[in-house]
Design a protein around this ligand. Structure first.
Ligand SMILES: C[S@@+](CC[C@H](N)C(=O)[O-])C[C@H]1O[C@@H](n2cnc3c(N)ncnc32)[C@H](O)[C@@H]1O
Length: 152
Protein backbone atom coordinates (compact mmCIF):
# COMPACT_ATOMS: atom_id res chain seq x y z
CA UNK A 1 0.00 0.00 0.00
CA UNK A 2 1.55 3.30 -1.00
CA UNK A 3 0.06 6.65 -0.06
CA UNK A 4 1.31 9.23 -2.57
CA UNK A 5 1.09 12.87 -3.59
CA UNK A 6 -1.13 13.12 -6.69
CA UNK A 7 1.03 15.83 -8.30
CA UNK A 8 4.00 13.42 -8.37
CA UNK A 9 2.14 10.34 -9.57
CA UNK A 10 4.47 9.87 -12.58
CA UNK A 11 7.54 9.64 -10.30
CA UNK A 12 5.73 7.28 -7.94
CA UNK A 13 4.64 5.03 -10.81
CA UNK A 14 8.16 4.87 -12.18
CA UNK A 15 9.53 3.90 -8.74
CA UNK A 16 6.83 1.26 -8.15
CA UNK A 17 7.33 -0.26 -11.62
CA UNK A 18 11.13 -0.24 -11.27
CA UNK A 19 10.72 -2.11 -7.97
CA UNK A 20 8.57 -4.77 -9.67
CA UNK A 21 5.15 -3.75 -8.31
CA UNK A 22 1.91 -3.56 -10.29
CA UNK A 23 -1.21 -1.67 -9.21
CA UNK A 24 -4.30 -3.75 -8.41
CA UNK A 25 -6.39 -1.14 -6.63
CA UNK A 26 -6.67 2.53 -5.72
CA UNK A 27 -8.12 3.95 -2.50
CA UNK A 28 -9.49 7.42 -1.84
CA UNK A 29 -10.21 8.83 1.60
CA UNK A 30 -12.68 11.70 1.78
CA UNK A 31 -11.87 14.41 4.30
CA UNK A 32 -14.51 16.39 6.15
CA UNK A 33 -12.22 19.44 5.88
CA UNK A 34 -9.83 20.97 3.33
CA UNK A 35 -6.16 20.46 4.19
CA UNK A 36 -5.26 23.27 1.78
CA UNK A 37 -6.89 25.40 -0.92
CA UNK A 38 -5.54 26.43 -4.32
CA UNK A 39 -7.39 25.83 -7.59
CA UNK A 40 -9.41 23.35 -5.54
CA UNK A 41 -10.10 22.67 -1.87
CA UNK A 42 -8.01 19.58 -1.08
CA UNK A 43 -10.41 17.16 0.55
CA UNK A 44 -9.00 13.75 -0.22
CA UNK A 45 -6.00 11.47 0.34
CA UNK A 46 -5.11 8.55 -1.88
CA UNK A 47 -3.08 5.35 -2.04
CA UNK A 48 -2.36 2.58 -4.53
CA UNK A 49 -2.58 -1.07 -3.62
CA UNK A 50 0.45 -2.70 -5.26
CA UNK A 51 1.41 -6.36 -5.58
CA UNK A 52 4.18 -8.59 -6.80
CA UNK A 53 3.03 -11.85 -8.40
CA UNK A 54 -0.51 -12.93 -7.72
CA UNK A 55 -1.17 -12.88 -3.96
CA UNK A 56 -4.38 -14.30 -2.53
CA UNK A 57 -7.30 -11.84 -2.50
CA UNK A 58 -8.97 -10.91 0.81
CA UNK A 59 -12.12 -12.90 1.63
CA UNK A 60 -13.91 -9.60 2.35
CA UNK A 61 -12.45 -6.84 0.14
CA UNK A 62 -12.38 -3.34 1.62
CA UNK A 63 -14.31 -0.46 0.05
CA UNK A 64 -11.95 1.70 -2.00
CA UNK A 65 -13.70 4.94 -0.98
CA UNK A 66 -13.22 5.56 2.72
CA UNK A 67 -13.72 8.22 5.38
CA UNK A 68 -10.62 10.09 6.51
CA UNK A 69 -9.99 10.68 10.19
CA UNK A 70 -7.77 13.51 11.36
CA UNK A 71 -4.94 12.43 13.65
CA UNK A 72 -4.48 15.86 15.25
CA UNK A 73 -0.85 15.77 13.98
CA UNK A 74 0.41 15.62 17.56
CA UNK A 75 3.69 13.87 16.75
CA UNK A 76 4.27 14.62 13.06
CA UNK A 77 3.02 17.20 10.52
CA UNK A 78 1.58 14.46 8.27
CA UNK A 79 0.69 11.93 10.95
CA UNK A 80 -1.94 9.36 9.92
CA UNK A 81 -4.62 8.33 12.37
CA UNK A 82 -4.10 4.77 13.60
CA UNK A 83 -7.77 4.11 12.72
CA UNK A 84 -7.00 4.78 9.02
CA UNK A 85 -4.33 2.10 9.03
CA UNK A 86 -5.84 -0.73 11.07
CA UNK A 87 -8.38 -1.86 8.40
CA UNK A 88 -5.58 -1.95 5.81
CA UNK A 89 -3.36 -4.08 8.05
CA UNK A 90 -6.23 -6.41 8.97
CA UNK A 91 -7.28 -6.70 5.32
CA UNK A 92 -3.87 -7.43 3.85
CA UNK A 93 -1.85 -9.30 6.49
CA UNK A 94 -2.19 -12.22 8.85
CA UNK A 95 -1.78 -12.26 12.65
CA UNK A 96 1.93 -12.41 13.45
CA UNK A 97 3.09 -11.25 10.01
CA UNK A 98 5.46 -8.31 9.56
CA UNK A 99 4.19 -4.89 8.49
CA UNK A 100 6.87 -2.64 6.96
CA UNK A 101 6.68 1.14 6.84
CA UNK A 102 9.87 2.49 5.25
CA UNK A 103 8.82 6.13 5.90
CA UNK A 104 7.41 5.65 9.35
CA UNK A 105 7.29 9.23 10.71
CA UNK A 106 5.46 9.21 14.04
CA UNK A 107 5.09 5.41 13.95
CA UNK A 108 1.31 5.26 13.35
CA UNK A 109 1.70 2.17 11.11
CA UNK A 110 3.76 0.34 13.75
CA UNK A 111 1.23 1.28 16.45
CA UNK A 112 -1.62 0.02 14.25
CA UNK A 113 0.32 -3.20 13.53
CA UNK A 114 0.85 -3.78 17.25
CA UNK A 115 -2.84 -3.23 18.00
CA UNK A 116 -3.71 -5.73 15.21
CA UNK A 117 -1.35 -8.40 16.60
CA UNK A 118 1.23 -8.00 13.83
CA UNK A 119 4.95 -7.39 14.08
CA UNK A 120 6.43 -4.30 12.44
CA UNK A 121 9.50 -2.77 10.88
CA UNK A 122 9.70 1.02 10.76
CA UNK A 123 12.39 3.09 9.02
CA UNK A 124 12.64 6.83 9.64
CA UNK A 125 15.27 9.44 8.74
CA UNK A 126 14.64 11.97 11.52
CA UNK A 127 15.68 10.99 15.00
CA UNK A 128 13.02 13.02 16.82
CA UNK A 129 10.28 11.05 15.02
CA UNK A 130 11.99 7.77 15.91
CA UNK A 131 11.87 8.87 19.56
CA UNK A 132 8.16 9.77 19.32
CA UNK A 133 7.46 6.45 17.58
CA UNK A 134 9.30 4.44 20.25
CA UNK A 135 7.34 6.18 23.01
CA UNK A 136 4.05 5.57 21.25
CA UNK A 137 4.98 1.92 20.67
CA UNK A 138 5.80 1.42 24.34
CA UNK A 139 2.27 2.64 25.14
CA UNK A 140 0.66 0.43 22.46
CA UNK A 141 2.59 -2.67 23.62
CA UNK A 142 1.60 -2.02 27.26
CA UNK A 143 -2.03 -1.66 26.15
CA UNK A 144 -1.95 -4.95 24.19
CA UNK A 145 -0.19 -6.81 27.04
CA UNK A 146 -2.78 -5.47 29.51
CA UNK A 147 -5.64 -6.68 27.31
CA UNK A 148 -4.01 -10.10 26.83
CA UNK A 149 -3.37 -10.48 30.57
CA UNK A 150 -6.90 -9.48 31.61
CA UNK A 151 -8.41 -11.83 28.98
CA UNK A 152 -6.32 -14.79 30.23
C1 LIG B 1 4.72 11.44 5.01
S1 LIG B 1 5.80 11.21 6.37
C2 LIG B 1 5.15 9.74 7.12
C3 LIG B 1 4.15 10.03 8.20
C4 LIG B 1 3.68 8.75 8.86
N1 LIG B 1 2.86 7.97 7.96
C5 LIG B 1 2.91 9.06 10.13
O1 LIG B 1 1.74 8.65 10.26
O2 LIG B 1 3.49 9.72 11.01
C6 LIG B 1 7.26 10.60 5.61
C7 LIG B 1 8.42 10.39 6.56
O3 LIG B 1 9.48 9.78 5.83
C8 LIG B 1 10.71 10.25 6.34
N2 LIG B 1 11.72 10.03 5.30
C9 LIG B 1 11.95 10.76 4.18
N3 LIG B 1 12.93 10.21 3.44
C10 LIG B 1 13.32 9.10 4.09
C11 LIG B 1 14.29 8.10 3.83
N4 LIG B 1 15.05 8.16 2.74
N5 LIG B 1 14.42 7.08 4.71
C12 LIG B 1 13.65 7.02 5.82
N6 LIG B 1 12.71 7.95 6.13
C13 LIG B 1 12.55 8.97 5.28
C14 LIG B 1 10.45 11.70 6.69
O4 LIG B 1 11.35 12.16 7.70
C15 LIG B 1 9.00 11.64 7.19
O5 LIG B 1 8.94 11.53 8.61
Amino acid sequence: MSFYGWSKVDAFFEAWTDAGFKPVGHLVWQKGYASRAGYLRARHEQAYLLVKGNPQRPAKPLDDVRKWEYSGNRFHPTEKAVSILTPLIQGFSQPGSIVLDPFSGSGSTAVAATLCGRRYLGIELEEKYVTYARNRLDGASRYVRGKTTSAA
